[in-house]
Design a protein. Structure first.
Length: 455
């Protein structure tokens, strides 16, 4: 911007100086043209005849002229034996230190110059001049009409405008720099905030967020950074939860296995019982690890891979697989006939888990119903049992990891309390949810609700 403003000021000065040159050239051409016309056509007022005396010609012409403030109109007549031409007219006073009519050396150079115009550069100031030589008449000395213009004052005016423009440009540059500094600081403040927030983030503290203001690109950057922090926080939370859960749940079976192995004797029956107990605990540890790994994968975007599935066929397959879980009164209540996009393996896993949960909390011969239905763009798959149901205070608790309802803690089941957590993860992976309602006549009904995108 400094280069641009300086260029504007310099260009303006050049244009003003060029205008001065054009005006001076026009003035010199006008004055010399008027004299040449007077010399050719003018008549001596004393006798009414053409001029024959250069001295008389110059005197009559100059006494009728009025010079501008920076202009000198001089008649010069050469004198035999002298280099300094005689002046036959004293011009008006000009506002320069050394006017031409007082500068004999400059007059001599102009009078002796073969050019009709030129520029005379002196320490006291520049002179732009033009002259019209007067022809010799019957032995009369040489003479010339000279127009001299002193452009110093007008050039100084152009220089003054140039200095004013430089001063204005300097002030404008300072103001623009200050405004640009403030604006850039406001624009870059969120970026610095992003940097400082990133520097303060640690594995133990991922809760800091950047305040979002406005709707510009910087606000979008802050929103993107906050979303990234949300994903990081969820990832670290899932990692810590996995480690805590694994350590908590695996500690007991490991202690049991170590205790039985340390106390195992040489009796074959005792060794056989110890091996059986250790094998059971190892199987339980294996199931816990598999469930924890499955819950950890639920945070990944490829946890579910939807594909077009016939809901009626999927419901029937779940019903057939669930019948092998226990001697119950299995019923295929209703079947929705529609093609929906979902992950058949994950949905089957969730439904079988709900069926297994129903078997664990019902007695042989009790009814368990499996079905599917649609309501507009909503798809529901459910498992309804006729067991003791779930207490109201346990409706949210049972979906947490390693948690069981108060009414079911004594039920026969060897699960670790991860089944319903897996079901909820699968439902949320499909963009849906799992709901719990009371079964008519007693029991619990678990419903997988999936929102189907409109066609």
């Amino acid at each position: 911007m400094a280069v641009a403003l300086g260029s504007v000021a310099a260009t303006t000065r050049t244009i003003l100086l060029r205008d001065v040159d054009h005006r001076v050239n026009g003035l010199l051409a006008q004055e010399t043209g008027e004299f040449a016309n007077f010399e050719e056509r003018g008549l001596d007022p004393e006798n009414g005849r053409p001029f024959t005396d250069p001295h008389r010609l110059l005197y009559v012409f100059l006494e009728r002229q009025y010079a501008d403030p920076d202009e000198e109109l001089i008649g010069m007549v050469g004198r035999p034996g002298r280099q300094d031409p005689a002046q036959i007219h004293q011009p008006r006073r000009v506002p320069v230190a050394l006017p031409l009519h007082r500068d004999a050396e400059s007059r001599r150079r102009i009078f002796a110059s073969p050019d009709s115009s030129g520029t005379l550069r002196r320490p006291s100031g520049e002179i732009r001049w033009a002259k019209v030589p007067i022809a010799r008449h019957g032995g009369e000395p040489d003479a010339a009409f000279v127009v001299a213009f002193h452009p110093g004052r007008e050039q100084a005016g152009a220089d003054a405008v140039f200095r004013i423009l430089l001063a204005i440009s300097g002030v404008a540059l300072l103001l623009t720099t200050g405004i640009g500094w403030v604006v850039a600081g406001r624009i870059l403040h969120p970026v610095r905030l992003v940097r400082s927030t990133a520097e303060q983030l640690t594995e133990q503290d991922l809760t800091r967020r950047i305040p979002v203001r406005g709707h510009d690109d910087i606000a979008a950057l802050a929103e993107t950074f906050n979303a990234m922090l949300d994903r990081l926080e969820r990832a670290f939370a899932a990692q810590r939860r996995f480690v805590d859960d694994a350590g908590h749940e695996l500690r007991t079976p490991i202690t049991i296995v170590r205790g039985h192995l340390e106390l195992m004797g040489d009796d074959p029956a005792e060794r056989e019982e110890t091996v059986r107990l250790v094998t059971d605990e190892l199987d339980r540890m294996s199931r816990i690890v598999e469930d924890l790994l499955l819950l950890a994968k639920a945070e990944r975007p490829d946890f579910v891979t939807p594909e077009p599935v016939q809901l009626a066929e999927l419901t029937a397959d779940v019903y057939v697989k669930a019948r092998t879980l226990g001697a119950r009164d299995w019923q295929l209540a209703e079947v929705a006939d529609r093609e929906v996009p979902l992950d058949p393996q994950r949905i089957t896993q969730a439904m079988v888990q709900l069926a297994q949960n129903a078997v664990q909390h019902t007695a042989p011969g009790q009814t368990i119903r499996i079905g599917s239905r649609t309501d507009g763009h909503r798809v529901e798959l459910y498992v309804a049992d006729s067991g003791p149901g779930v207490q109201p205070q346990d409706r949210e608790l049972i979906f947490e990891r390693f948690r069981r309802g108060t009414a079911r803690r004594g039920a026969r089941g060897s699960g670790a309390g991860l089944g319903l957590s897996i079901v909820r993860a699968i439902a949320e992976g499909h963009g849906g949810r799992v709901d719990l309602t009371a079964t008519e006549g007693g029991g619990a009904t678990f419903v997988l609700t999936l929102e189907e995108a409109p066609a």
